[in-house]
Design a protein around this ligand. Structure first.
Ligand code: HEM
Length: 437
């Protein structure tokens, strides 16, 4: 629906009239899909918190409001974070039931105080020292994938590199045995559409079947890892925590973190790196700077996460009557907090629409959230993005975007990354002699 066609006389749950801009807001298509932060520029300036009748959510667009929501989990609960944003059909529900699909709470959507008790026990594998041990393996996998294309002169960075590598890294990090990586990779692909997309009747059935199978598979994997005393990774760590604290972790919880861990670690990073390559290659002088001086890569990563992050919106629910940015939100009101919009708030980031890898405060972006639920995998994600950029800029500094390509994005509220990024280069000019045809 366009703004002009917005219905008249629609009111929010608090009885306030809904503006035409709010009534026309549709995050599944149009300008939000093309560029969520720019699509909300007017809202940020004129109506920073508005009710969307299409979603039945309050949409929050400014940095300070979003930060306060993240930092106040007692009032703004994360319990709806993984709910399907599109109501699920009866047929899909029946399919899920046939697989005994019963996702209970998992770390990202649970309330305090149990969330912090569990998070403390689960966080050791995410600490910087442990994440650093993955660096040689990630570099090796990235280079193995680059080897496949470096002499060809043309690649789709997403299909040829960015889709598979973060998935492999995620599964190694979780502790999935080698022989199950392929199956797990296949199942993991269903979840984004299921949770944050707008699948129609037929798609709902297909996706529900995939989710049901994945649920069973995840349960089987946990059992397999329990039986292996030498297993290493996040899930084996969680199994050990269950042994020590059986009151805090049941089997359902382990099955849940197995399943949600795949989506948390995979597409987020694939998309973030796809956005980063697109942005850097469109801003050629920044790309040239990191090619000439790789020590700039960490700053570039941060600015890419700010300027074009891969998680663009997250969700919370008010547990009591409250206000956000001066707007009354009733208890049970659901909030779509658009972090991509916060990242372009000019109260925090001067000239927010400029892409500047030397920006002093880029790291204040909210792409990983902030507060008690802030992304546990941020160190790993940053490391992966750094290695992708370092290795690709070292071996293919002369690559450029194939002109005229149209960038497409899967329609959903929260996860954003290009489906394809086509690049080309002259392989005769490859700087590493062994990379030349
Ligand atoms: C660029 C990549 C990534 C982005 C943009 C991202 C973003 C996010 C966001 C927005 C949250 C929710 C924060 C909140 O509710 O306050 C989150 C939570 C989480 N992420 Fe990530 N993430 C990324 C990569 C990863 C990776 C690689 C892993 C695992 C290896 C991971 C594991 C988690 C976990 C376990 C949580 C739940 C933390 C909690 O609720 O206490 N993430 N992430």
């Amino acid at each position: 629906m366009t703004v002009d066609q917005a219905p008249r006389g629609v009111t929010s749950p608090t009885g306030c009239p809904v503006s035409r801009m709010a009534a026309g807001f549709d995050p599944f298509q149009g300008s939000y899909q093309v560029d969520p932060s720019s699509s909300l520029r007017q809202a940020r300036a004129e109506e920073p918190v508005f009710y969307s009748p299409l979603l039945d959510y309050w949409v929050v667009t400014r940095y300070e409001d979003i930060k306060q929501i993240f930092k106040n989990p007692e009032v703004f609960s994360p319990r709806i974070t993984l709910d399907q944003i599109t109501p699920i059909s009866d047929e899909a529900l029946q399919i899920l039931g046939s697989y005994e699909f019963a996702p209970g709470p998992t770390i990202v959507n649970e309330d305090e105080p149990i969330h912090t008790q569990r998070r403390r026990l689960l966080m050791e594998p995410f600490e910087a020292d442990n994440v650093a041990t993955f660096e040689p393996k990630i570099r090796q996998v990235v280079n193995a994938y680059l080897d496949r294309v470096v002499k060809t002169g043309r690649a789709d960075l997403v299909d040829d590199l960015l889709y598979e590598v973060p998935c492999i890294v995620a599964l190694i990090f979780l502790g999935v045995p080698d022989e199950d990586i392929e199956t797990c990779r296949h199942f993991g692909m269903q979840q984004t559409l299921f949770t944050w997309g707008r699948p129609d009747g037929e798609e709902q059935v297909r996706v529900a079947t995939g989710m049901g199978k994945f649920w069973r598979f995840a349960g089987g994997l946990v059992e397999k890892l329990k039986a292996d005393p030498d297993a290493k990774g996040w899930i084996p760590h969680a199994i050990e925590m269950q042994r020590r604290h059986p009151d805090l972790f049941d089997d359902n919880y382990l099955q849940n973190i197995m399943m949600s861990g795949v989506v948390a670690a995979h597409e987020t990073t694939t998309n973030a790196t796809g956005n980063a390559f697109r942005t850097l290659l469109e801003n050629r002088s920044a790309w040239k700077q990191i090619c000439a001086d790789p020590t700039l890569v960490p700053k570039a990563v941060e600015e890419c996460l700010r300027y074009s992050g891969s998680v663009v919106a997250w969700r919370r629910m008010a547990v009591t009557d409250t206000t956000v940015g001066g707007v009354d939100i009733p208890a049970d009101g659901r909030l779509l907090i658009v972090t991509a919009s916060a990242n372009r708030d000019d109260d925090i980031f001067p000239e927010p629409d400029e892409f500047d890898i030397h920006r002093g405060n880029a790291r204040r972006h909210l792409t990983f959230g902030i507060g008690s639920h802030t992304c546990l995998g941020a160190t790993l994600a940053r490391l992966e993005m750094k290695i992708f950029l370092e290795e690709t800029s070292r071996r293919l500094p002369h690559m450029s975007l194939v002109p005229g390509q149209e960038f497409t994005y899967l329609p959903n509220t929260s996860f954003r990354g290009p489906e394809h990024v086509l690049v080309e280069w002259d392989p005769q000019q490859n700087p590493v002699p062994a990379d030349r045809p």
